[in-house]
Design a protein around this ligand. Structure first.
Ligand code: FMN
Length: 365
């Protein structure tokens, strides 16, 4: 039997929700709302939650809670959910983070995970007086950071002589929880650029893709998978998508139209300028968001492109097709998180599970 498709949701720990729109949103970025949301999510079948890291106001997002501490609060409020904390290598030492995650892992019975983000928001670094490295250097540093985490979590005498970090005879005690089938807390890394794909294949456990249509996703799976194969390893794939599930397709499409019609234009344009400078600084211009349209950017991570928009049946069909193309996990965002995660769990997930079961004989042949 193939592994069932896994589901993660974006933790709304940043104000303004996941769309840069003036549309009414009932999502709240505070802790009470988020604790309830995490409990609902694990109850209806979500296995992971991904928190966001943002240190200061940016486009359409004025307030934000810190990622690692917020993730720990959610771990303590739940029983099964794995919570992925996002961190910037330029702002953390890998030894400090390895220790932090090991403790969170013990406090949660082995449910802590990490998303290593290389960053796009230059002002965040300059405001904190930290250097903003050139794009591919940021990824070289991230690769070293991930190697350091793995070394510290699995070795009694961790050693690493890198260009960015040096670790010598470091013995982390206690090591993270011994969870069967998990050599250490899971390490996620996302992106689109050539450097991001290389890191994804060479060092990450999981590669997160921004929203993509079928062919765009397949293209990434092949390229990142080839990097992994070359390094003699495997990597799993998570794909971002913004879900608008409604009883009729017409209602879902109308909801999308309204989100985009009410876009906060100056914020979307400011975001576009910031992310496109971050990505276009790569030689081959393949950075994330390099070809995003205005409409795509109303959802921070191109989530509309995955087109999880329509009736539960339509969404389930798309989810299954992405699974066939190599998705191990769907990372989902919603307009009104609390009620829509519940709707997704009750109406969409059972159909996905039925279709997965029906797929089995085809997969065997
Ligand atoms: C699923 C996912 C989650 C991300 N979360 C964050 C985040 O919380 N904070 C952040 O600054 N960047 C985040 N990023 C952005 C990455 O740090 C990076 O800037 C982006 O992937 C651009 O990479 P590229 O242009 O090299 O492809 C995220 C990216 C993905 C795909």
């Amino acid at each position: 039997m193939s592994t069932p498709l896994k589901f993660a949701y974006w933790v709304p720990n940043v104000s303004g929700g996941l769309v840069t729109s003036t549309i009414e949103q009932r999502t709240d970025w505070g802790i009470d709302y988020n604790r309830r949301l995490a409990q609902t999510a694990e109850r209806v079948g979500f296995e992971y939650a991904l928190s966001q890291v943002r240190y200061m106001a940016s486009y359409g997002a004025d307030h934000q809670h810190e990622s690692t501490s917020f993730s720990l609060a959610l771990l303590l409020a739940t029983e099964k959910l794995k919570v992925i904390a996002a961190v910037h290598p330029g702002l953390w030492h890998p030894g400090v983070l390895a220790k932090w995650i090991a403790t969170a892992d013990h406090l949660s019975g082995g449910r802590a995970a990490v998303n290593v983000v290389s960053g796009w928001f230059k002002q965040e670094f300059t405001a904190l007086g930290e250097p903003w490295l050139e794009h591919d250097e940021r990824y070289r540093r991230s690769a070293e950071f991930i190697r350091a985490l793995r070394e510290i979590w699995t070795s009694d005498q961790a050693e690493l002589r890198g260009d960015f970090y040096r670790i010598h005879d470091f013995d982390l005690k206690p090591k993270p929880v011994d969870v069967p089938g998990r050599p250490h807390p899971e390490i996620f890394q996302g992106g689109n650029s050539t450097a991001a794909r290389r890191n994804g294949g060479q060092v990450a456990d999981w590669y997160f893709s921004n929203g993509k249509d079928y062919d765009g996703f397949t293209e990434q799976v092949l390229e990142v998978g080839a990097h992994a194969a070359e390094a003699g390893r495997t990597v799993r794939f998570g794909l971002n998508g913004f879900v608008i599930a409604r009883d009729t397709e017409k209602e879902a499409r109308e909801q999308l139209r309204e989100i985009v019609a009410k876009a906060n234009r100056p914020a979307v344009e400011g975001f576009r300028d910031a992310v496109q400078q971050a990505g276009s600084s790569t030689g081959d211009k393949r950075g994330m968001w390099a070809d995003s349209t205005f409409e795509d950017l109303v959802q921070y991570n191109d989530g509309f492109r995955t087109q999880l928009i329509g009736t539960p049946e339509q969404i389930a069909d798309r989810a299954i097709e992405y699974k066939r193309r190599g998705a191990d996990l769907l990372l989902l965002g919603f307009l009104h998180f609390q009620e829509e995660i519940e709707y997704f769990g009750e109406k969409v997930l059972p159909i996905i599970r039925e279709k997965e079961a029906a797929l089995e004989p085809a997969l065997v042949n």
